[in-house]
Each structure stands twice: as C-alpha cells, then as structure tokens.
Design a binder for this molecule. Structure first.
Ligand SMILES: [Zn+2]
Length: 344
C-alpha cells in the first residue's frame, strides 16, 4: 500500500514537473464586445494609455502573511510589466496596495466560481484594475481574469506573480481585451470559429488579431521552438499563448486591439490615469505616477514605470525621473489641489 502511494505520488510529481503549458482559468465570454459596437458609435483606438493598478494581498484572518506575496515582490512584478506593455504605448500606474485578511482565500485557494466571485467583489477600486494575489495553492489554475474580457480585475497565485514567466502580463492582457492566441483554434468553445492556418479569416475568427499566426496550442522544445506540427507556426513567445516559460511579448496588432478596447470600454476608461488629476485627498503622502502617456511630447512610448512620492500641500515636493509636477492650490484650499503631470 505504501509502495503504491509512493508510486502515485512520484507519478504526480513527474506529471507536475512535466507541465509545459501555463494554466489560465479565464473563460471566453459568449460574444466579443468590441465587434458588437455599432461602427458609427465606435471610438478610434487611443494612441497611448496609462492604466491604474491596485494590489490586494491576501493574508490570514490574524494578519499572518508568511505565505503571502510581499509588497516588494508585488512592486517588482509591477515593474516587470514595463518592457512588455510599453512598446505598445500602454503603461501602468501603481495606485497602491492593501490587505485582505481571510483564511478562506489564504488557505489553498481553489479558484472555484464562488470563491473567485466573492474575492473580486472585495474592496473594489472603481478607478483601478484590482489584482488579488493569493498564496500558492494546489489549484492548477495560476491566474484568472475573472471579471471577463475586457475586465476590471484578476486573481493570481503568488508563484505566478514572482515566477518570471509573465503570467501577470497574460492576465492583464485579458483585462485589456485580448483572447488566447489559440482562441477557437485548439478549443471551439464558445466560439466555433478556428483561425485558418493561412490566416485568411483572422479578422473574424481565432483571437481576432491578424498579426498573431493561427495557434493550435501545441508543444515546444526546451528552446521555445514550436514542435506541435499540424502545419501551424505560432509565435511561442506571445504573451497570450500557453507556451510555458516562453512568453515575452505582444504583437503590434494586440497592442492596437488593447488600445481600441480601452477607448471603447467605459470600465477601462474609468481606470485611466488622466492628464490632469484633481487631488481631494488629505492623506499624506500621496503616490502619483507614472506620468500619463497622453502627451504630445516625446518619448513616443511610455517611460519606464516609476512612481513618485509627493507631499503636496506641505513644503516638500519631490519629483524624479522624467516627471514634472506642478501643484496649484486654488483659493489656497489644500483640499482642492491640482497636480499636472507631463513629460519634460
Ligand atoms: Zn489566459
């Protein structure tokens, strides 16, 4: 009996080690919102955009965070987004972070519907994408953009955040309107619309992006070369694919689609960093940044994300990098401060 258990355990470990695909739990919605918009009502894609993010770190009921992600680990994951999204003129601003003390979410989070649904409705930010980070669990699901495509939130395991495989960027890609590169091609549900290998139907089938080749979600060798056969030749380095350890970049078509979705989604427009920010908070210090991309000044792409610690309304105002902050105090009312952020 003991031998049998040992063999089962060993096989399970081998199977786990042998996993060569990431496992995202994001479900495809029944329709693509963007293609449903009346052409007359549709707005042109944004040239660039900066989206706010807020981290929710799950701890035990008593605040024990032994298995939780640390703030510095979370912030490092935030910085890792820059080289992936900035070439597509998309930036992120870290609004802040907070804690959710819950044994239910802390202990072996299952990623089942009820737990996901309750978690993403906890401490919701209406002006930032909520990122809920649970400790590592036995679930094979590493992350999920549970609020849909596009969406306002995601849940992710700690290891997927800090593992260096860009699964955080993958889930954010869903939030900004992207489907898997193998959408409908390796799985016909819910859209029975596989992309032809020659891409002839790329605008209406598959992931609806034409510069991502058809992908049947096959296999790769140790060097991220595609070995799945079938005549396919997918980009194994694409962030929205499942090729574990190979995900590094978006295509320009995906960048354009994200900026198109943002422009046409009120949920995402509500989460943009505006050029002008009216600060009404009297809580100091304030954290603002990075600068909005909505500037006609160079650089054309977004600067590397950075955030600035500001104490507005007091004597000390610090800026850094390529950001200038011009505080103004209308009527000398410290509760009505305006900070204008732009490139210098
Ligand atoms: Zn996914």
């Amino acid at each position: 009996m003991r031998t049998k258990l040992l063999i089962s355990f060993t096989l399970a470990m081998v199977a786990r080690i042998g996993i060569s695909q990431i496992n995202c739990g994001t479900q495809t919605p029944p329709i693509d919102e963007l293609s449903q918009i009346n052409p007359q009502a549709k707005v042109a894609p944004l040239n660039n955009a900066t989206i706010k993010i807020f981290f929710h770190i799950v701890r035990k009921n008593n605040g024990d965070d032994a298995n939780s992600i640390s703030v510095s680990e979370a912030v490092n994951s935030f910085f890792a987004l820059a080289p992936i999204f900035n070439p597509q003129n998309i930036c992120f601003s870290l609004k802040g972070w907070g804690y959710i003390n819950s044994n239910l979410y802390y202990n072996d989070f299952s990623f089942n519907y009820n737990d996901c649904n309750s978690l993403i409705n906890t401490n919701v930010n209406t002006d930032a994408i909520d990122v809920y980070i649970v400790p590592n669990s036995n679930s094979s699901t590493q992350g999920i953009a549970f609020s849909g495509i596009p969406g306002r939130s995601l849940i992710i395991q700690k290891q997927a955040m800090i593992g260096g495989k860009n699964i955080f960027a993958h889930e954010l890609g869903h939030c900004l309107g992207l489907y898997h590169t193998f959408q409908s091609t390796s799985s016909n549900l819910p859209w029975a619309c596989p992309e032809n290998i020659n891409g002839s139907n790329c605008d209406i089938c598959g992931d609806l992006v034409c510069d991502t080749p058809a992908d049947n979600n096959g296999s790769t060798d140790g060097n991220c070369n595609y070995t799945g056969g079938g005549g396919y030749n997918p980009f194994t380095n694409n962030i929205m694919s499942y090729y574990d350890g190979c995900l590094t970049q978006f295509t320009n078509g995906q960048g354009l689609r994200m900026r198109d979705v943002i422009a046409n989604s009120q949920t995402l427009l509500d989460r943009l960093v505006p050029d002008n920010i009216t600060i009404t908070s009297t809580t100091y210090p304030l954290i603002i940044g990075p600068p909005s991309c909505n500037s006609s000044s160079p650089p054309p792409n977004c600067p590397a994300p950075l955030y600035n610690l500001l104490e507005i309304g007091k004597s000390k105002i610090s800026t850094s990098g390529n950001v200038i902050v011009n505080p103004d105090v209308p009527n000398n009312n410290p509760n009505n401060l305006i900070a204008t952020i732009g490139f210098i």
